[in-house]
Design a protein around this ligand. Structure first.
Ligand code: ADP
Ligand code: F6P
Length: 323
C-alpha cells in the first residue's frame, strides 16, 4: 500500500545538463502512480520562500532536450542555518508533502541531510558536473560537461597544432579533478593539474614540455582544473622559460550548459524513476547512486560519510598514453 500521496522536487546548487530529464522522470513516474507533484523553484531558496508550482505531465514536456534546469536553481546561504532549515521544513509541512526529492551536488545533499532532522523525508539524486560525490560513480551532467570540454579542446588543438604552440586549457572543478582527468585523457593532454595532486609545480610542467619537444612533439596540451587555477600565469611562465608561444583558455561556465548527452538523459531518467519507486516502496532518506554498472540507493547519512579516496590510476594512464 503506497502511503506517498504528494511529493516535492527541487534542483539545487550548480545546474547540470540532464537535470531536466530527472525532473521529467520524477514527475511522470509520480503521476503514473497517482502521486501529486509540486515543483519547488530555485532550490532551497524557493523552498524557504514558498515558491512552487503544481506539476502535471505537460509541465515537463520538451525540457529533457535542454541543459540547465527548468525548475531554476540557486545557492542559498540561509539553508545552512538552523533557522533556514526550520523554515524550509515548515513549508514542506504546509504543502502537505510526504517526501522531497533533491537533485543536486554534495552541498545540496548535505542540505537534504539537514532537513531530515526536521522530519522531512528526503530522496537525493546526484546532480553535478563535477562528479565529486564519493558514494556514486556517476552524477548527472558529468558526461555532457566532459564532452563539451573535449569538443573545445579539439578546436584548440587545431590552432595549437598549426602554430606549434603550447595550449593550456582550464576546465571546471573546484575541489575535484575528474573533469580535468577525463578531458585530459580524451583530449590527449600531456599533463593535467588537479586539486587531488599537489606534487606537480610549474617547473615540472616546463620540464615535461621540453622533454616532449625533444621527443618530437610540435605542440603541447596541458589541462588545468579550476581548483588549481592560475592558467594565464602558467602560460606566461612557460613562454618566458621555454620561448614556446603559449596560450591559456579558460572554458568556464560554457561546460555547464548545452544539450545533454544520451548518457546523461538515460541515467538521469533512470534515477528519477528509481527515486519515486523507492518512495513508493516505503524507503526514506536515501540517495540514488550508480555503482559497478548498477543503479542502487543508499542511506543518505552513510552515502555522505563514504570516502572513496583518490585513485591515481587515471593520471598514470594519461601519462603513459601521452608519451
Ligand atoms: P552543490 O549542491 O552543487 O554541491 P552547493 O555546495 O553550492 O552546490 O550547495 C547547494 C546549496 O545546498 C547551498 O547553497 C545551500 O543552500 C545548501 N547546502 C550546502 N551545504 C549545506 C549544509 N552543510 N547544510 C545545509 N545546507 C547546505
Ligand atoms: O556545479 C559545479 C561547478 O560548476 C564547479 O565546477 C564550479 O567550481 C562551480 O560550480 C562554479 O559555481 P558558480 O556557478 O557559482 O560560479
Amino acid at each position: 500500500m503506497n502511503s506517498i500521496k504528494k511529493i516535492g522536487v527541487l534542483t539545487s546548487g550548480g545546474d547540470a545538463p540532464g537535470m531536466n530529464a530527472a525532473i521529467r522522470a520524477v514527475v511522470r513516474t509520480a503521476i503514473h502512480n497517482d502521486i501529486k507533484v509540486v515543483g519547488i523553484k530555485r532550490g532551497y531558496e524557493g523552498l524557504i520562500n514558498g515558491e512552487f508550482k503544481e506539476m502535471d505531465a505537460s509541465s515537463v514536456s520538451s525540457i529533457m532536450y535542454r541543459g540547465g534546469t527548468a525548475l531554476l536553481t540557486a545557492r542559498c546561504p540561509e539553508m545552512t542555518t538552523e533557522e533556514g532549515q526550520k523554515k524550509a521544513a515548515g513549508i514542506y509541512k504546509v504543502l502537505g508533502l510526504d517526501a522531497l526529492i533533491v537533485i543536486g551536488g554534495d552541498g545540496s545533499l548535505h542540505g537534504a541531510q539537514a532537513l531530515k532532522k526536521f522530519d522531512v523525508n528526503v530522496m537525493g539524486i546526484p546532480g553535478t558536473i563535477d562528479l565529486d560525490l564519493d558514494c556514486t560513480e556517476y552524477t548527472i551532467g558529468f558526461d555532457t560537461a566532459v564532452n563539451t570540454g573535449m569538443d573545445a579542446i579539439n578546436k584548440i588543438r587545431d590552432t595549437s597544432c598549426s602554430h606549434e604552440r603550447c595550449s593550456i586549457v582550464e576546465v571546471m572543478g573546484r575541489n575535484a579533478g575528474f573533469i580535468a582527468l577525463w578531458c585530459g585523457i580524451t583530449g590527449g593532454a600531456e599533463e593535467v593539474l588537479i586539486p587531488e595532486k599537489s606534487d606537480i609545480d610549474n617547473d615540472a610542467v616546463v620540464k615535461q614540455i621540453l622533454e616532449n619537444r625533444c621527443q618530437g612533439k610540435t605542440h603541447n596540451l596541458i589541462i588545468v582544473a579550476e581548483g588549481i587555477g592560475g592558467s594565464q600565469e602558467l602560460a606566461k611562465h612557460i613562454e618566458s622559460v621555454t620561448g614556446i608561444q603559449t596560450r591559456a583558455t579558460i572554458l568556464g561556465h560554457l561546460q555547464r550548459g548545452g544539450i545533454p548527452t544520451a548518457l546523461d538523459r538515460m541515467r538521469a531518467s533512470m534515477m528519477g524513476y528509481n527515486a519515486v519507486k523507492a518512495l513508493i516502496e516505503g524507503k526514506k532518506n536515501r540517495v540514488m547512486v550508480y555503482r559497478d554498472g548498477h543503479y542502487d540507493d543508499l542511506d543518505l547519512d552513510e552515502a555522505l560519510a563514504y570516502k572513496r579516496g583518490y585513485d591515481n590510476t587515471s593520471y598514470e594512464i594519461l601519462k603513459i598514453l601521452a608519451i
